[in-house]
Design a binder for this molecule. Structure first.
Ligand SMILES: [Zn+2]
Length: 387
């Protein structure tokens, strides 16, 4: 009996699959395409959050599948409580879904508007994680204005749209263990929800809908940074891997000169550097001097940094050094160092790790009339763009 039911279910499913495949073939859609929805961790470790909606909305307790209508005129305090998630004075299970009853009415989290719906989960019995689930293209609407200025030329925005889409598609499930795909921070891609959307950048997303970058049939690792400073970098020189994929190599970039971070200077106290290194787990005593050890060909980026201190010598990959001291202080590894008694003077070029797309370079190319496909293939040589 059971087997017969299973067989029937399999049969019904097969009919469905055939039907939808036929429909999508007829409509000219790609049958095999990256997943169309994405889960973004927008808030983590919160004690409580305020939730409201522009119209009628609902909460579903995922424990017993019970649903409760919510009032559009109210702001609800959703909080971590002993034994579950509190919504005003009601206690629900450890995982709830909140959604708008009409797609036109948007949800608000702490006053910020978001597309799609929300999942709120109780972590370790005392903190809340808020996850925004929405369409991949809608997600990109909320990424673009955070990653580049919506005032930039259209072709630069289209470039960023394709690169950010590829990044998201390739990194789907990166934070599965936390219940979402990507975070909304610089560690993934910065995402600001509907609140930060701009008409111009939304158009750039629409104009490139579904387009992603491939290399030898695989989605690429679509990394990007603000300003390369003249040359992008081979990924192995930055992330200490044994080899670099063919599309992440050193590319000459004469296009980012207008970036305010094309060249910079910074003086940092040795004591500050010592404290920052210690905080990141590198045990160093009083610093005597800091020297570059090994430079990349072409770009001359520092590969390693030697820190001579009271208790010996610390040799550290320069990108790790940069992040430990502060990526907004030591802006890149394309640096020259000068040692003074108490401080180090940095003379540098560019901002960011320098691998993959140079955003200011893309802007410069767009201003010179290059189209986005050309720009992408400049910074990711040998790649193809497909839907
Ligand atoms: Zn550049």
């Amino acid at each position: 009996m059971k087997r017969r039911i299973n067989r029937t279910i399999t049969y019904i499913m097969a009919v469905f699959v055939l039907f939808f495949t036929a429909v999508s073939l007829l409509s000219g859609e790609n049958v095999v395409s990256p997943r169309k929805t994405i889960r973004i961790g927008i808030i983590e470790n919160a004690g409580s959050v305020n939730i409201s909606c522009e119209g009628g909305f609902s909460v579903r307790d995922e424990k017993n599948n019970r649903e409760m209508k919510l009032d559009s005129r109210k702001v609800y305090l959703v909080s971590a409580r002993a034994g579950g998630i509190g919504i005003n004075n009601k206690i629900l299970g450890g995982s709830i879904r909140i959604y708008s009853l009409n797609d036109k009415n948007r949800l608000r989290v702490n006053g910020r508007k978001y597309r799609g719906d929300l999942r709120i989960a109780l972590k370790r019995g005392k903190k809340l994680t808020v996850i925004n689930k929405l369409g991949l293209e809608e997600y990109l609407y909320g990424v673009l204005p955070r990653e580049i200025s919506p005032e930039w030329p259209v072709e630069a925005m289209k470039t960023q749209a394709v690169v950010s889409r590829t990044y998201a598609a390739r990194n789907m499930g990166k934070h599965n263990s936390k219940g979402y795909d990507l975070s909304a921070t610089v560690f993934c891609q910065v995402y600001g929800g509907l609140q930060c959307e701009d008409e111009r950048s939304n158009k750039a997303v629409d104009a490139t809908e579904g387009e992603v970058i491939y290399y030898k049939g695989e989605l690429i690792s679509a990394v990007f940074h603000s300003t390369c400073g003249g040359f992008t970098e081979k990924s192995s020189n930055v992330w200490e891997t044994n080899s670099s994929p063919g599309y992440l190599k050193c590319v000459r970039c004469p296009y980012c000169r207008k970036s305010p971070r094309y060249s910079w200077k910074k003086t940092i106290k040795k004591e500050t550097i010592r404290k920052k290194l210690n905080k990141s787990g590198y045990k160093v005593g009083r610093i005597h001097k800091i020297k570059v050890a090994g430079r990349a060909s072409f770009s001359k980026r520092a590969i390693n940094i030697n820190v001579y201190h009271d208790a010996g010598k610390l040799s550290i990959p320069s990108n790790k050094f940069r992040i430990a001291v502060g990526a907004d202080i030591v802006k890149s590894t394309m640096v020259k160092l000068k040692n003074y008694p108490d401080e180090i003077k940095y003379v540098g070029r560019g901002w960011g790790h320098g691998v993959g797309l140079c955003q200011w370079g893309a802007k410069g190319m767009a201003e010179r009339g290059y189209k986005y496909l050309k720009i992408i293939r400049k910074y990711f040589p040998g790649t193809k763009i497909n839907k």
